[in-house]
Design a protein around this ligand. Structure first.
Ligand code: NAP
Length: 250
């Protein structure tokens, strides 16, 4: 899968799945900028670990909820490297609470971080990608878009929104050489899931046909597929990467 010399931007690239995506793109020869929110130590660690391997990555602090920030990040990447070919909208949060107790902040934070951010960065990158007549957009969904988990109405709504958005954008941009796809991870071991894993790790594994939790590189491999030059005929697709969790078998 070829991404060599492509310019990529990954949101939420300082930790977890996003870090694995940054690493996979950089190790395959892309120049990678990534956005983080507040954990600058984690972001710097990603940059220096990749630099030690001889790969280029650039950490940018920005809040993905902000449209002006997204516009600025995209403009900065294009100013530095002259183009933007791969956009991975990965940043996301959970604020799990049953609906009866969910306040407006818990709703809005999740919608803004997980869904509005995808609009912000896609919209900021679209003109550049259309004028290049080349682009690969990959948005991070979740199996929660399809499977009902009590306490995740905000999260499920945000990820369902990401999937519908991805299909629409794919149709709009197809004739300009720009693809848009989404990856829907199952249960992946990151900071986001550490509390649940500590509580119920072995019970969760029993529900997953491959009998293990996912690793961030399970997801980055799927992203690499959508990001590659060779994937020009794949657009509007949602790829579940969940070890069979949602197959509904016995
Ligand atoms: P994570 O380990 O908690 O990392 C989240 C990343 O997003 C961090 O880099 C964080 O930056 C960044 N971020 C959060 N809010 C931001 C904001 N307002 N502005 C800029 N950056 C922000 O999460 P993860 O588990 O890797 O999840 C990554 C994506 O996969 C999310 O979209 C999540 O919904 C999705 N997903 C995860 C799982 C799973 O099991 N882990 C399953 C399905 C889907 P800082 O380091 O600065 O905080």
């Amino acid at each position: 899968m070829t991404v060599k010399d492509r310019v990529a931007l990954v949101t939420g690239g300082s930790r977890g799945i996003g870090r694995a995506i940054v690493e996979a793109l950089a190790r395959n020869g892309a120049k990678v900028a990534f956005v983080y929110n507040s954990n600058s130590a984690a972001a710097e660690e990603v940059v220096s670990a990749l630099a030690a391997e001889g790969h280029e990555a650039w950490a940018i602090q920005a809040d993905v909820r902000s449209k002006p920030a997204a516009d600025q990040v995209v403009a900065d990447v294009v100013a530095k490297w002259g183009k933007l070919e791969i956009l991975v909208n990965n940043a996301g949060i959970i604020r799990d609470t049953l609906l009866a107790k969910m306040d407006s902040t818990q709703w809005q934070d999740v919608i803004d971080t997980n869904l509005t951010s995808v609009f912000n960065f896609c919209q900021a990158a679209t003109m550049q990608m259309m004028s290049q007549r080349y682009g690969r957009i990959i948005n991070m969904s979740s199996v929660a878009a399809d499977v009902s988990n009590p306490g995740q109405a905000n999260y499920a709504a945000s990820k369902g929104g990401v999937e519908g958005f991805t299909r629409c954008v794919a149709t709009e941009l197809a004739r300009r050489g720009v693809t848009a796809n989404a990856v829907a991870p199952g249960f992946i071991e990151t900071d986001m899931t550490v509390a649940v894993v500590n509580l119920a790790g072995d019970e969760i594994k029993k529900k997953i046909p491959v009998r293990r939790l996912g690793r961030p590189d399970d997801i980055s491999n799927a992203v690499l597929f959508f990001a590659a030059d060779e994937s020009s005929y794949v657009t509007g697709q949602i790829l579940k990467v969940d070890g069979g969790l949602t197959l509904g078998g016995l």
